[in-house]
Design a protein. Structure first.
Length: 262
């Protein structure tokens, strides 16, 4: 949580009373397959050039490759990061956006990392792919802000479909819905078009269209996919430079991304 340093990959030490980031409540739903992909890449690299490529660099490159394979831009990734030594679950909650975060909270959180409101809108566009569990949006369907009614900003068709998948009680923790209900497996700018049509899955996403500080950028990116791709590439480069560790004094280069080197 201190930057782009691969700390999310570290596993909790057996018997430890302090959990690592990946075991935080907010990270419990991260796919095991994603961690396995990084492990496989690291193992292969260690056979070719041991001790050279950090886990943090692998993670940054893998994120870029996934975006590109899904139809998104191929952008350059700076290398030379070292792996961070600190990974604490207790620091996660206040350091990441939440499904019910307000735009004010999001802007403040991003600003604490040197990111602008425009960066917030652009990076939120990563929700053009992926899925979210019912627990992250079920309140919007049945009891929005304690009203005992649905969020009035949801398109009625989407509301009906989501209610069929996510009942108010006894819902399965494994049920998910796509962030982008139109092209969930394609990295494009449909996410922004969905926000204009009130088809945003999370409250934190949909509010970006209603807030005057973020709405103009949502509208601009909804109209121009290439502008989104260019802006996303620049924002990922900016985010990938946050809290970079260099040298043994500040970091390590782990042979096993889940276990500290020292």
């Amino acid at each position: 949580m201190k930057g782009c340093d691969g700390s999310i990959l570290i596993s909790t030490k057996p018997g430890s009373k302090q959990w690592a980031e990946k075991d935080a409540e907010d990270n419990k739903d991260l796919a095991v397959e994603a961690f396995n992909s990084i492990t496989k890449a690291k193992s292969l690299l260690e056979t070719k050039c041991p001790g050279v490529v950090s886990c943090a660099d692998i993670l940054a490159i893998a994120a870029r490759d996934f975006v590109h394979l899904a139809g998104g831009p191929y952008y350059p990734v700076k290398k030379g990061r070292w792996d961070g030594k600190l990974s604490l679950a207790s620091r996660v909650n206040l350091k990441i956006p939440h499904a019910n975060s307000t735009v004010n909270e999001l802007i403040k959180l991003f600003a604490s990392k040197g990111l602008t409101p425009d960066d917030l809108v652009v990076l939120s566009g990563a929700h053009t792919i992926g899925f979210s569990h019912c627990k992250n949006f079920v309140n919007r369907l049945y009891d929005y802000k304690g009203t005992k009614k649905p969020d009035p900003s949801i398109d009625p068709r989407l509301l009906k479909a989501l209610k069929m998948s996510c009942p108010p009680f006894g819902r399965s923790g494994s049920v998910v819905a796509p962030f982008d209900v139109t092209t969930p497996f394609l990295f494009d700018n449909a996410y922004y078009q969905n926000l204009e049509a009130k088809l945003g899955l999370l409250s934190s996403d949909q509010q970006l269209f209603f807030d005057p500080r973020t709405k103009p950028m949502v509208q601009a990116l909804a109209k121009d996919k290439q502008r989104f791709f260019q802006a996303f590439s620049a924002a990922m480069d900016k985010m990938g430079s946050i809290g970079v560790k260099r040298g043994r004094k500040h970091g390590e280069k782990r042979k096993d991304c889940s276990v500290h080197a020292f």
